[in-house]
Unconditional design. Structure first.
Length: 255
């Protein structure tokens, strides 16, 4: 119930929802002054949330700096990769359909092949309530093996449905295997703060390797500075959803 309520709350505060509520209120209420204020708020919100430059400033401020391979001075015994970037219900079902976020696994494979991580643990069952197929982490493990990672060096945790469960179930597997050595946590840059908080709350001592960046170089062009764009809505939606998740996790005591 807690997670259902948090998802409803996060939907209500999404940029598109806020803009829609402002314009809907302007149509619903009869008082001229209130209609004027709501219309103005709706227009201002639309211009703000669709501005590419402001969105890029926000996401670049939020996402942690990238780690270069050359900055890793000694190999990690384990890399924990958080799943959640495939479409398991998309046919044909004889392959893995990647969404944005595939860098989590691809960079983990590259780290392994460079000798910078010795073992990989992929964490994630399915966050889709209606899904009854093969768990995502199992699919990703098979993909990594097909890319040359030996099966003995890659594990799959397939019970978790959210970030907190990623940390909880991954810890159980590593404890059961008496895993020793340093750990590298790999997930999307925008998601790293919440993920790291969950793992550290369970007593992990680990380093982080952010991937899958939404931000990038500033482009001081008229398109970037003035013209509305879907990029702005997309970025603010990602940020608002993540911030709502952090608030929910703090209230639940997960971070």
């Amino acid at each position: 119930m807690f997670f259902i309520l948090s998802k409803i709350f996060s939907w209500l505060i999404m940029p598109v929802s806020l803009i829609a509520m402002a314009f809907a209120g302007a149509l619903f209420f009869k008082k001229p002054l209130l209609k004027k204020w709501l219309t103005s708020i709706g227009i201002a919100a639309f211009l703000f949330f669709t501005n590419p430059f402001l969105a890029r400033v926000a996401i670049n401020t939020w996402e942690p700096p990238a780690i270069k391979y050359e900055e890793i001075k000694e190999p990690y015994e384990w890399a924990i990769v958080l799943a959640g970037f495939t479409d398991p219900n998309k046919p044909p079902f004889d392959r893995t359909h990647f969404n944005k976020g595939a860098d989590r696994l691809l960079h983990a494979i590259e780290l392994y092949k460079k000798g910078l991580v010795k073992n990989i643990l992929i964490s994630g069952g399915s966050g889709i309530l209606s899904y009854e197929g093969r768990p995502e982490s199992q699919q990703l493990r098979s993909f990594a093996i097909s890319m040359g990672v030996p099966s003995r060096h890659i594990l799959a945790e397939d019970l978790s449905k959210n970030t907190w469960e990623n940390a909880h179930h991954s810890r159980k597997i590593l404890v059961e295997r008496n895993a020793q050595g340093n750990i590298l946590l790999i997930t999307s840059a925008f998601h790293m703060a919440r993920a790291k908080g969950c793992f550290e709350n369970l007593g992990y001592s680990l380093d982080t390797f952010p991937t899958d960046y939404y931000g990038g170089t500033y482009r001081l062009t008229l398109d970037e500075l003035i013209l509305p764009g879907l990029y702005g809505i997309q970025i603010w939606t990602v940020l608002f959803k993540e911030w709502a998740g952090i608030v929910a996790y703090k209230l639940a005591g997960y971070i």
